[in-house]
Ligand binder design. Structure first.
Ligand code: UD1
Length: 366
């Protein structure tokens, strides 16, 4: 029987999760897959570049919601998506990850009585000051099909009373994208282009409100990067949110020896830089997973993580946003680099195939 599947994506980390599932669904002749971009991320470097690098066909529709407060952004997605769902009458709406667009789309579909499937369900930081934690919990609560990336996510959902039939432990779709992109990322040879080939450089990304919104915290982080750059080159692709906060705090991107301030990087360049990094310092969710899969040491500047498996089985460690703690963790991470990448259950490049098998064939993955 044929079915209409509507995927809703909005922000950079959603695109990496959509790509492998879009490919898996394209191979199913009975599925009509429609992709809606909410427009939460609209800069070419945060959006178009990812569709290009991940080889995703352009979205069928862009809602153009843009930036705004959380209420404005969430409300705008809901208002603009609802009539589209009424018109297209999808059999299932698929939402990805934990951004504002994810929760907004899940609410629209649930209120219309349409089945909701959540890719990357069950992750919990238990930190309610993170907008993403609210998005995760609300999205999971209204979802009918919950696709968990790791066993801890299954445990979280069961503890919240979600019935076992609705949960599928399919693995991590981010790793599907990574596995598919590895040959091209190796070819991209970004370290040579940035003049750091053969150096044990530090690759940095920071954009969480808890790290960049308070000028004192942000100032200490910039001081830390300046200190790290004395020992090894530091590459820092700066998210637009961070760029705005740096400018507002008067921490203009002044030249610092050894530190390269970069614009946000396309997926393949970023992956190419992660592959050869000495250590990654980040507050991103995806990079905690990618570094773990690749066996690259990672220092995450956050008090907790919704991805504990990256600390327990992967290469990740958590630190507060303080110079002494980060410097110590970076040294320690470099010293204890594993000789081979860890193997994490169902982080194997086939998660999207399992999701398609659940959606189209009624398979189960416990
Ligand atoms: C969003 C997600 C976060 C994810 C991140 C990845 C939420 C709550 N947060 O955070 O989980 O890790 O994406 O990038 O959904 N901006 C631009 N150009 C753009 C988009 C944003 O300049 O294309 C600037 C705007 O000033 C905007 C700010 O960045 O106000 C924040 O954008 P927003 O989409 O609200 O959240 P992110 O910080 O990107």
């Amino acid at each position: 029987m044929s079915s209409t599947v509507l995927s809703v994506v909005g922000a950079r980390p959603n695109f990496m999760k959509l790509a492998p599932l879009a490919r898996a669904l394209a191979a199913r002749p009975t599925v009509h897959h429609i992709v809606v971009h909410t427009g939460q991320h609209y800069d070419a470097e945060l959006s178009d570049a990812f569709f290009r690098d991940l080889d995703i066909v352009p979205p069928d529709c862009n809602l153009g919601v843009g930036s705004g407060s959380h209420g404005q952004q969430t409300g705008a997605v809901m208002q603009r998506l609802e009539p589209l769902c009424v018109e297209l009458r999808p059999d299932v709406v698929i939402v990805y990850g934990d951004v504002n667009s994810t929760m907004a789309a899940a609410l629209v579909a649930a209120k219309l009585g349409t089945r909701v499937a959540h890719v990357e369900a069950g992750l919990r930081s238990r930190d309610w000051s993170m907008p993403e934690e609210i998005n995760r919990v609300v999205t999971d609560r209204v979802s009918d099909l919950l696709f968990a990336p790791s066993r801890d996510a299954v445990v979280n959902l069961r503890a919240e009373g979600v019935s076992a039939e609705r949960i599928h432990f399919v693995g991590n779709v981010m790793i599907d994208s990574l596995v598919a992109a590895l040959p091209a990322a190796r070819e991209a040879n970004a370290p040579s282009r940035y003049g750091v080939a053969g150096c044990p450089y530090t690759l940095v990304t920071l954009h969480r409100p808890s790290n960049v919104d308070d000028p004192v915290v942000l100032g200490e982080l910039v001081e830390t990067l300046t200190a790290l750059a004395v020992h090894a080159p530091v590459l820092f692709p700066v998210h637009p949110r961070t760029r705005a906060r740096l400018e507002a705090a008067g921490l203009v991107r002044a030249p610092v020896p050894g530190l390269q301030w970069l614009d946000p990087l396309p997926y393949l360049d970023m992956l190419s830089l992660v592959l050869a990094a000495g250590v990654v310092v980040t507050d991103s969710g995806g990079l905690q997973e990618e570094t773990s899969y690749l066996g690259v040491p990672c220092v995450t500047v956050r008090p907790g993580t919704e991805r504990p498996i990256t600390c327990l089985e992967g290469t990740n460690r958590l630190v507060p946003p303080r110079r002494d703690a980060i410097e110590r963790a970076v040294l320690d991470a470099r010293r204890t680099r594993p000789s081979a990448p860890p193997v994490i259950e169902r982080w194997d490049g086939d998660a999207a195939g399992r999701i398609a098998a659940v959606l189209c064939d009624g398979n189960r993955f416990d």
